[in-house]
Design a protein around this ligand. Structure first.
Ligand code: ADP
Length: 317
């Protein structure tokens, strides 16, 4: 029986627990012995690695976050700790690794592979949807649904009080969450880092809308834009003449009951990852786009930046 391990690194997402559940079940199906590595690369260094079975994943499919914890590990940036990590894997005879993480985690993994040749397969997992080479990262759908619920709720109070609400979404330098939320919630304004904007250009139109009876505005701004959300709120108050409030959604976007889509994607991502390792693919990431799933070398993903879909961006007026 061969040993296989899984870890979660960097920002957690809803969908990691469904992935862990299927990892255990599919490992057994394929005649592998599954292990959990707790707390990301920190656990890899500290040897918090445990052999697991079905009972370890009972009932977790409905939960956000990750049962095995995640971490940001400064020590993993140092060669001596990565050597320690490799020793821990060797001691348990673990030769296959599945990693759920974002581009930072994959950068670390790339270095780990180059130094020690540990066979791995990565599963893109970040609500930011900012990993080059894949159109979808685990957790994005749940995050979008959480944002949708929040915007719908804010709309109720915005219309009652005649206010402008500036809702800030996560995404670091990537405006994906903000843009998709804008297009699907009918907000009046959306600002993302990928598109230059001039607030002045909206003034005449917004004032006219108020004259014609508009009671409220919803603006969705991505955290990576040049101005902070409060400055946009100040502009609404001063130039448009409407009372304004800021709502930073923050970590609410990361958690919550995993959506059906993320549960299914977790299932498929894990199946592809384990199959890839069994086919002796050594350093690949499972990617997903309109043509389906594919395996890409980690080099393609860690060099360069993910560009936001141009067609989607064109919808932004
Ligand atoms: P994410 O994977 O969500 O993008 P981070 O960027 O915080 O999250 O990266 C997660 C972890 O990956 C870091 O805390 C570190 O342990 C590891 N990592 C990132 N970059 C490197 C690197 N250049 N060398 C070694 N490890 C790295």
């Amino acid at each position: 029986m061969k040993n296989i391990a899984i870890l979660c690194s960097g920002g957690d997402v809803s969908g990691m627990n469904p992935a862990l559940k299927h990892f255990v079940e599919y490992s057994f199906e394929k005649g592998l012995r599954p292990y959990f590595i707790y707390d990301g690369y920190e656990g890899l260094i500290d040897n918090t690695i445990k052999q697991v079975t079905y009972s370890d994943v009972a009932g977790i499919i409905t939960q956000g976050g990750t049962k095995i914890g995640s971490s940001r590990s400064k020590r993993f940036m140092q060669k001596n700790y990565r050597t320690q990590a490799k020793q821990n894997l060797d001691d348990l005879d673990i030769g296959m690794l599945v990693v759920l993480g974002g581009d930072g985690s994959f950068r670390g993994l790339d270095i780990f592979y180059k130094e020690h040749g540990v066979k791995f397969c990565g599963i893109p997992s970040t609500i930011d949807n900012d990993i080059k080479g894949t159109d979808y990262c685990l957790g994005v759908d749940t995050a979008l649904n959480t944002i949708k619920t929040s915007i719908d709720a804010i709309r109720d109070t915005a219309s009652s009080f005649r206010r402008a609400f500036i809702i800030e979404t996560m995404g670091r330098d990537c405006g994906y969450l903000a843009l998709v939320s804008h297009l699907t919630s009918g907000s009046e304004l959306c600002l993302v880092p990928e598109k230059k904007y001039d607030l002045k250009s909206y003034e005449k139109n917004f004032k006219e809308q108020i004259k014609n009876g508009r009671r409220y505005f919803i603006a969705i701004v991505s955290e990576g834009i040049k101005q902070d959300a409060q400055e946009i709120a100040d502009w609404f108050e001063k130039e448009i003449g409407i009372e304004s409030r800021v709502c930073v959604l923050g970590h609410i976007q990361r958690g919550g009951n995993p959506s059906i889509y993320d549960r299914l994607m977790a299932y498929k991502f894990v199946t592809h990852a384990i199959d890839a390792l069994l086919e002796n693919k050594k350093e690949s990431i499972v990617c997903y786009d309109t043509s389906g799933f594919s395996l890409k070398s980690i080099h393609l993903l860690v060099d360069g930046k993910k560009e936001l879909d141009k067609k989607l961006l064109d919808y932004l007026k």
